[in-house]
Design a protein around this ligand. Structure first.
Ligand code: MIC
Ligand code: SF4
Length: 643
């Protein structure tokens, strides 16, 4: 039996386990990336592990999220990351160089290699045939120290692309179609591989848009073959020697196959407040809009912005629309500046932002009250834009630009002849904004610079014998990490200060939660399906840890968040019978007798609801390794104990 692309890479990097679906495999990690919002914590954890120099082939620290500097905090964190990177062998991508995923694809990614990143959109690297996976900061710290990265061996889904996109239909519309078919939880426990004749019609930036937003499926990752198109992209980046070919075996077996005829797709949008709430632009109709934002790691490539510039050229943005554009990288920005496309964009009235995440993570450009905002981004969770009642629609750059001109939802196919933008023979690359680490002989003398906002990792303790605590919060289905640990310009500067950021934990759902949890001392949270979807931020586990949360009981978890809970030493429990969700109310006194012993023996647990008397069976699927992590009180303690 042959192998899929992902299985080939896993096989070549397998350090432990066998490749049976659902069992735990340990992978050798070739490359890591961090961004600043998760990076400070990841490097504090790396320091705590105590390895002097990274053991990966390449580790890069990017500054792209916390670039709005309204106080000293973000600048202090950037300085810390720069100095810690220099000391420990990590390349540092300065603020202004661009969004981590875009820059990594352009300058560092290599087909066939493994990459983990402390950001859920790390799968962007799948666009050039990398096995690129989003992870918690602590997992990245361990991998930088030479440790394996563990995943549960995923099922393989093949998305068979046939035909060719019609003019004005975009790669974004392909991934929106996949989301429509699979939903935001359809990819959990799966790797999505793209194949078929249609792949040859897609450029690398288009493939990267698709693998990037594969994160919204809940998938472990997404991947494209590495072919002649990949080769010419890499050659145009001056990196042809980094290219290698990668395709599935002819007899590779997939657990699921989905066929998509590209020629049948039309422009679409993900409607509020979920990336899988997909409708065609035609179905939505010519509704009035207030704002358009173009950029983010999904759609800010040279190709995307050249198309946008061509649409805007010689026109003026509708008087009722605010159009903001953030190019994905310095390379993209520079090329637009040199070839005049930037002037076309400026002339049309766009508000140009620095190349960073910006509005995507609520760092500015929050829309007006109830404002309808069309964005080329990947997430439209409620409140994420910074405006609680903002109505965010996720669309292609073509739909975004066309609508910015008319002031209403506009199908770009109404614009007439499509613009044909070829990829350049050579991109204008220049790594002058990437600082190399200090040579080995100088690393000891590098001083790590810490600001006053940088506080240590929260206190942990080994799993207790019994848990006897109340339920401090009960939430519903599809809770995102943006609910658990909101981001935005006000809260993101607190990412390196867990006590301070914890004051915002779950406040989107219940503004009294932090005070209540603190007053209770220890407690349990109850949730529904797909709990913790979205971001990789381990703060969504560290803040609850700080607030005394001992266990989270849900109908099902999203992958990265579940492992972040384990890393933080919080028990991730699932109801054996989903209906038992109704058997716990907020305020109920809960007891898990003999929890330490039962967990160490690998047995299932029973929760006793002392308020109602009901016994509730729950599961805690842990491998030998994750069981030991939970018993130790989290991955940091486990790693320190086990070297
Ligand atoms: C996001 O898009 O939600 C983020 C901000 O990039 C996060 C990381 C973070 O919260 O710092 C992610 O996707 O992992
Ligand atoms: Fe940045 Fe948005 Fe991409 Fe997250 S999804 S990495 S915030 S651009």
């Amino acid at each position: 039996m042959g192998y899929t692309i992902a299985q080939k890479i896993i096989k070549a990097h397998l350090l432990s386990g066998d490749m049976t679906v659902g069992s735990e495999v340990g992978l050798k990690i070739d490359q890591t990336l961090t961004q600043d919002a998760t990076g400070t914590m990841a490097y504090l954890e790396f320091e705590a592990i105590g390895v002097p120099r990274v053991k990966t082939e390449k580790s890069v620290a990017y500054i792209d999220h916390n670039t709005l500097q309204t106080g000293f905090e973000n600048a202090d964190d950037h300085r810390f990351i720069q100095s810690v990177a220099k000391k420990h062998g990590i390349y540092f991508s300065r603020p202004g160089n661009g969004i981590c995923h875009q820059v990594h694809l352009e300058r560092f990614g290599k087909p066939g290699k493994t990459l983990i990143g402390s950001d859920s959109h790390t799968p962007t690297g799948g666009g050039i045939g990398m096995l690129a996976i989003g992870a918690g900061g602590l997992d990245v710290a361990v991998a930088m120290g030479g440790g394996a990265y563990y995943i549960s061996m995923p099922k393989m889904v093949r998305i068979n692309l046939t035909g060719k996109l019609q003019p004005w239909v975009s790669a974004k519309d392909i991934i929106l179609e996949v989301l429509r078919i699979m939903s935001v939880k359809g990819g959990v426990g799966k790797i999505v591989e793209y194949g078929g004749e249609g792949v040859k019609t897609l450029t690398v930036p288009e493939r990267a848009t698709i693998t990037n937003m594969g994160a919204e499926l809940g998938a472990t990752t997404s991947i494209f073959p590495s072919d002649e198109i990949t080769k010419s992209f890499m050659a145009a980046q001056g990196r042809e020697e980094d290219w290698s070919e990668l395709s599935p075996d002819a007899d590779a077996v997939y657990d699921e196959v989905i066929d998509i005829d590209l020629s049948k797709l039309v422009p679409m949008a993900a409607c509020p407040h979920s990336p899988d709430n997909v409708k065609t632009i035609e179905e939505i109709g010519p509704q009035k809009i207030d704002q358009v934002c173009i950029g983010s790691c999904t759609n800010s490539s040279y190709l995307d912005l050249m198309r946008v510039a061509a649409i805007l050229k010689g026109k003026t943005v509708s008087p009722d629309v605010s159009l903001a554009i953030a190019p994905g990288s310095k390379q993209v920005y520079n090329m637009l500046a040199r070839n005049g496309a930037l002037a076309d964009i400026i002339e049309a009235g766009a508000r140009i932002l620095e190349c960073a995440c910006g509005p995507c993570i609520g760092m500015g450009q929050s829309p007006n009250s109830k404002g309808i905002s069309l964005r080329t981004f990947n997430r439209n969770f409620e409140g994420r834009s910074g405006t609680r009642d903002g109505q965010i629609y996720l669309v292609s750059p073509e739909t975004a630009a066309a609508s910015a001109l008319t002031g209403v939802f506009t199908d770009p196919r109404t614009l007439g002849d499509a613009v044909d933008i070829p990829l350049p023979e050579k991109f204008e690359y220049n790594d002058n904004m990437v600082i190399e680490p200090a040579p080995v002989e100088e690393m000891d003398s590098v001083e790590v610079l810490r600001g006053p906002n940088i506080k240590p990792y929260p206190k942990t303790s080994p799993l207790e014998e019994n848990i006897d605590v109340p339920c401090s919060l009960k939430v519903g289905d599809n809770i995102t990490t943006d609910h658990i640990m909101p981001a935005g310009a006000k809260i993101l500067p607190l990412r390196s200060n867990i006590p301070a950021i914890s004051e915002h934990c779950f406040t989107v759902c219940d503004k009294d939660f932090p005070a209540r949890a603190k007053q209770l001392g220890s407690s349990i949270i109850v949730g529904g399906i797909n709990y913790g979807q979205g971001s990789s931020r381990e703060h969504a586990a560290l803040a609850p840890l700080y607030l005394g949360v001992k266990a989270v009981i849900v109908k099902s978890f999203a992958r990265i968040h579940r492992s972040n809970l384990i890393n933080a030493g919080i028990l991730p429990l699932t109801f054996v019978n989903e209906a038992d969700y109704d058997a716990i109310s907020e305020g109920d006194e809960l007891s898990i007798p003999n929890v330490r012993q039962l967990i160490s023996e690998g047995k299932n647990l029973v929760i006793v609801n002392k308020t109602t008397g009901k016994e509730i069976p729950v599961e805690c699927e842990l491998s030998g390794r994750t069981r030991d992590i939970i018993l130790a009180g989290g991955l940091l303690d486990y790693t320190k104990q086990n070297g």
